[in-house]
Design a protein around this ligand. Structure first.
Ligand SMILES: Cc1ncc(COP(=O)(O)O)c(C=O)c1O
Length: 407
């Protein structure tokens, strides 16, 4: 018996089985091979990712003591700092406290969640809605609930990591098609002999700013008997007359399931899934990230509800959309990637170019991240500019000037 175990009085009282000793020896071997300091050594040598502790006030971000105009936030409509949104959250905390205390299926459910689910479903034009903890949890839980080893999942190559991981964890066979390539998708669908098929796509692609061709996805789904999951995290609150998002024209289609987050244009936190009544009821029975996770605090739901009301009753979405048009007009001379959304990309190519451009922009007073591999393919490093309703035309002009100065 290993010496350290003999020394431990409590464990000495038990007869250790051979299997337990084996597993102990194995873990000792692993521990001596790799202790916690060098477990991630290869990553820390090659990766440049850094957590930047910053402070935000809606328009600016303070990074390393410097106040910069923030062009790197998904708070597209400035809702995270809107007084009405913050007041709604505070009111709920004052009346009902903070945490929900349990999963929705135990005691964490509340009338406010159901009320807001109804409002989201009506706004988006779907029969029913389910609110869950976050976009990551929504996609992982949804695909695990829908798919199994008898399912073929077809996934756009540039889908968000949450869809990629959800597809992987579901046990389905996953085929990835070239970005937005409907011809390739059709070829894959033609070959499928699985019992079920699911096409999975971002709505607006978060690192490219372009959008899925939802009409083509729906017609392929009809021909090849598939479901479609669209993650409209970045289209919600930014596209459509009233910010209803990318797929409003097809809302409520029986083959369509929409996922989106409350943490972007709605300025809060959490996520929703929209679909038919049967679909949503089914998810309540099967979705592990709903069943085994604490319900969201009601304060964040009240905040998102207040944000939705502002979206529906003010011109804030129009302001964002006119900022996007203004930027596109002013930035005609840059090598922008094709996008008509609030996510605008200046393609620079090499890592070094993108990184040095981002650093120089900080000198000019702007926070614009450089997006590099592995998030994007080698040689396609870029600056990712996120426009918001809170930016003025003057902000946009100054950013354009700074970009021009970079040459
Ligand atoms: C397309 C997309 N889906 C899902 C998520 C994850 O959402 P959340 O931050 O709520 O986990 C994000 C970004 O965060 C996203 O861009």
């Amino acid at each position: 018996m290993p010496h350290s175990l003999q020394a431990c009085g409590k464990i000495n009282d038990f007869k250790l089985s051979a299997a337990l000793i084996d597993s102990f020896n194995m873990s000792m071997n692993i521990a001596t091979m790799k202790d916690s300091r060098n477990w991630f050594k290869t990553f820390s040598e090659t990766r440049q990712r850094k957590l930047l502790a910053s402070q935000r006030d809606g328009l600016n971000i303070t990074v390393e003591g410097k106040v910069l105009r923030n062009f790197a936030s998904n708070d597209y409509l400035g809702m995270s700092v809107h007084p009405q949104v913050c007041a709604a959250a505070k009111d709920v905390i004052n009346q009902q406290g903070l945490g929900s205390g349990a999963s929705r299926l135990v005691s964490g459910d509340a009338p406010l969640l159901h009320q807001f689910e109804r409002e989201l479903a009506d706004w988006k034009g779907f029969e029913a809605c389910l609110i869950v903890g976050s976009g990551m949890l929504a996609n992982i839980g949804l695909l695990q609930a829908l798919a199994n080893r008898h399912t073929d999942i077809f996934s756009d190559k540039l889908n968000h990591a949450s869809l990629v991981d959800g597809a992987r964890l579901s046990g389905a066979k996953v085929s990835r098609y070239a970005h937005l390539d409907m011809g390739k998708l059709e070829q894959l669908l033609q070959k499928s002999v699985a019992k079920q098929r699911i096409i999975v796509s971002d709505g607006v692609f978060s690192m490219d700013g372009d959008a899925a061709d939802v009409a083509s996805l729906i017609s392929l789904a009809e021909v090849y008997d598939a479901l479609i999951v669209i993650d409209d995290a970045h289209g919600t609150g930014t596209l459509g007359e009233q910010g209803e998002g990318l797929i409003s024209e097809f809302a409520g289609h029986a083959r369509l399931i929409e996922v989106g987050t409350l943490g972007k244009a709605l300025g809060s936190y959490g996520a929703y899934i929209l679909g038919t009544l049967e679909m949503i009821e089914g998810l309540k029975q099967r979705m592990r990230t709903l069943i085994y996770s604490t319900a969201l605090p009601l304060s964040v739901i009240a905040a998102a509800q207040a944000a939705l009301s502002l979206i529906q009753t003010t011109d804030v979405v129009k302001t964002l959309q006119s900022n996007v048009l203004y930027f596109l007009h002013q930035a005609q001379n840059f090598s922008l990637m094709p996008s008509s959304t609030a996510i605008q990309l200046v393609l620079l190519g090499s890592d070094e170019k993108a990184l040095s451009a981002a650093i120089s922009l900080r000198e000019y007073g702007f926070f614009v991240p450089a997006i590099r591999p592995p998030t994007v393919p080698q040689g396609q490093s870029r600056l990712r500019i996120t426009l918001a309703a809170t930016h003025s035309q003057q902000d946009i002009n100054s950013l354009i000037k700074a970009l021009s100065n970079l040459g």
